[in-house]
Design a protein. Structure first.
Length: 481
C-alpha cells in the first residue's frame, strides 16, 4: 500500500508476477535496476512507460505491450513512482554480500595495453543505453565500450595516476574499471540511492554519499571492499541525506555537504585516518558547493534569498554571503584568471544568467544574460571562451561561448537545432572539445577549440557527461572536480 493510500493491489500482483525476478521483491534491484522513486528521479514517467511497453535495446528488459494493457502499464508507472510507507533498508551486511571481484589485478599489466595517450582518454557516459565508451582523445575513435549499471550519477572519478576510473550509479552500485587493460575490476553496492563519490588524493580510499540510506560509505579503493559506513547525523541529532562528496587534494581530506542539517563535514585521510568528521556549522542548508583554486574556501549554495555563503575551511567559519539569485549550480561552476585575478562563474538552474564573482572580494562582477537556465559550464586554460549550455527551458539547443576577459557572449551555437546541447569537455591540451547532444538520436560533436569548426560527429543515444583523464587528475582549470 502506497503512502498516499492509492490501492495498487492488482498492480503489486502484476509486479510480483513479471518484475520481481529482475528487480527484486522490494524493488531494490537485482539483474535489473532498482525501481524506487529515488532511483527513477531522472527518468520521466513517459520514458518509463515506453520502457515497459517496448523494452530496452541491448538489455534484458523485454517488451510488455502484448502482455499488459495500456492502463496496466500506466498504473505500473504510478506504482513505481509512489514512495512506500516502509522504505527498504540497506545494511553493511548487504554491502559486503554485494561485493564482486571481476578481475585479478595481480595478473594484469601495469602499463596501457592500447596505443592511445592515457592522459587524453575520454570516459563517455551513454545515458540512453546505460553504457560507457572509452574514447581516444586524439583520433576520437572508441577503444572500448561496456554496459554500466543503471543511471550513472555524479560523474566518474579517477585514481591519482589516471589508471582507474570509479563510477557510482543512482541505485547504489560503485564500480572500478581499469583503463590500462580496458576491463572491469570490482563492484560493490553501497546503498539504494547514491549521490556521488570521491577518490582520495593518495588513491587509497573511495567515499560514497547516499540519500537512501542517509550515510557515507567508505571503501578500499584497491578492491572496493567495505571499510565502514558513517551515519550522517547532525550535531542537533537530525539524520541527513548527503548532498555531495568531493576530495580536497591540498587538504588531504574529503569534504561533504549534508542536505537536511546546516553542516559540512571534513574527513581527513592523511596518515592513518579514523575518518571522524570535523563538523563545520553553516549558516544555512548546503545544497551544492565548489572550491576556490587553493581549496581553502568553500562556495556553497544556500536556500536564503540572497543565494549563497563562503566558508573558510581553515577556521570552519562562514565569512560572508554571496549574491547569487535563483538556483546556481555551483558544482558545475568554473574559475579562471581575468586581468590577473581569479574569478568564478556559475550557471543557474532557474534563471537565464551566468553569475561571475571576484574570488578576492566575493563581490558580484557581472550577471551575463543567457537564453535560458543552464546546467554545465566548461573551459580550459588554453581557451579564451567559457562554454555554457541552456539546459532547461525552450532553448535547449543553444550553447553560449563567453569571452573570459570581456565577460560578453562572443558566439552562440546551435549544434543540432531542436535538440538539447549540453556538457563540454576539452582535450588534455585544449586544442579540441567534445559537446553532447542529449537526445535519443543525439551525438558527440567534436570542435576545433580555436576555429570553432566541427571536426567530427559521432552518433550516440543521449551521451551525457564526458570526462578527460588528464584534465580530471590534474584538477585542471575550467573543468569540474
Amino acid at each position: 500500500m502506497a503512502a498516499d493510500n492509492t490501492d495498487f493491489t492488482e498492480t503489486q500482483q502484476l509486479y510480483e508476477q513479471h518484475c520481481t525476478v529482475c528487480h527484486g521483491a522490494q524493488r531494490i534491484g537485482g539483474a535489473g535496476p532498482a525501481l524506487l522513486p529515488e532511483s527513477l528521479g531522472r527518468i520521466k514517467k513517459a520514458e518509463a512507460s515506453k520502457a515497459i511497453s517496448e523494452g530496452r535495446p541491448a538489455s534484458q528488459m523485454a517488451a510488455y505491450k502484448d502482455i499488459l494493457s495500456p492502463a496496466q502499464i500506466e498504473n505500473m508507472v504510478e506504482y513505481l513512482y509512489t514512495p512506500s510507507e516502509n522504505p527498504p533498508s540497506w545494511s553493511d551486511a548487504d554491502t559486503r554480500n554485494s561485493h564482486h571481484i571481476l578481475a585479478d589485478l595481480s595478473t594484469l599489466a601495469t602499463t596501457p595495453q592500447h596505443t592511445s595517450d592515457p592522459l587524453n582518454l575520454f570516459v563517455v557516459v551513454e545515458a540512453g543505453t546505460h553504457h560507457v565508451t572509452v574514447l581516444d582523445g586524439d583520433t576520437f575513435e572508441s577503444i572500448a565500450r561496456f554496459q554500466s549499471h543503471f543511471a550513472l550519477h555524479g560523474g566518474p572519478k579517477f585514481s591519482p595516476d589516471g589508471r582507474f576510473v570509479y563510477f557510482a550509479s543512482r541505485d547504489g552500485w560503485v564500480s572500478k574499471y581499469d583503463l590500462n587493460n580496458l576491463t572491469m575490476i570490482a563492484e560493490t553496492r553501497v546503498g539504494l540511492n547514491t549521490r556521488n563519490l570521491a577518490v582520495s588524493n593518495d588513491g587509497r580510499w573511495v567515499l560514497a554519499g547516499n540519500y537512501l540510506p542517509g550515510n557515507l560509505v567508505l571503501l578500499n579503493a584497491s578492491d572496493l571492499t567495505l571499510v565502514k559506513s558513517i551515519p550522517t547525523i547532525g550535531a542537533d541529532g537530525t539524520s541527513s541525506r548527503v548532498s555531495a562528496v568531493y576530495t580536497a587534494p591540498p587538504r588531504d581530506s574529503f569534504v561533504v555537504a549534508l542536505k537536511d542539517t546546516k553542516e559540512a563535514w571534513e574527513l581527513s585521510y592523511a596518515g592513518t585516518p579514523d575518518f571522524t568528521p570535523r563538523r563545520i556549522i553553516a549558516q544555512d542548508f548546503l545544497d551544492d558547493f565548489s572550491f576556490t583554486p587553493d581549496y581553502r574556501y568553500l562556495l556553497a549554495t544556500s536556500r536564503k534569498a540572497h543565494g549563497g555563503q563562503v566558508i573558510d575551511l581553515d577556521t570552519g567559519k562562514s565569512i560572508t554571503d554571496i549574491p547569487l539569485p535563483g538556483m546556481p549550480h555551483l558544482g558545475s561552476g568554473i574559475y579562471w584568471k581575468r586581468n590577473g585575478e581569479w574569478v568564478f562563474a556559475t550557471p543557474n538552474i532557474s534563471k537565464g544568467l551566468i553569475s561571475v564573482l571576484d574570488l578576492k572580494t566575493w563581490k558580484l562582477i557581472k550577471e551575463i544574460p543567457t537564453e535560458g537556465p543552464g546546467f554545465f559550464m566548461r573551459s580550459h586554460i588554453n581557451s579564451k571562451y567559457a562554454w555554457t549550455d541552456v539546459f532547461f527551458g525552450p532553448n535547449q539547443e543553444v550553447v553560449h561561448l563567453i569571452d573570459k576577459q570581456t565577460l560578453e557572449i562572443a558566439h552562440t551555437l546551435r549544434p543540432m537545432p531542436g535538440k538539447n546541447a549540453a556538457h563540454v569537455e576539452f582535450t588534455n591540451d585544449g586544442s579540441h572539445l567534445i559537446l553532447s547532444v542529449w537526445d535519443t538520436d543525439g551525438a558527440l560533436i567534436v570542435y576545433d577549440a580555436k576555429t570553432l569548426k566541427e571536426v567530427k560527429r559521432i552518433p550516440m543515444n543521449k551521451p551525457s557527461g564526458k570526462y578527460n583523464v588528464g584534465n580530471k587528475i590534474e584538477f585542471a582549470e575550467g573543468t569540474s572536480h
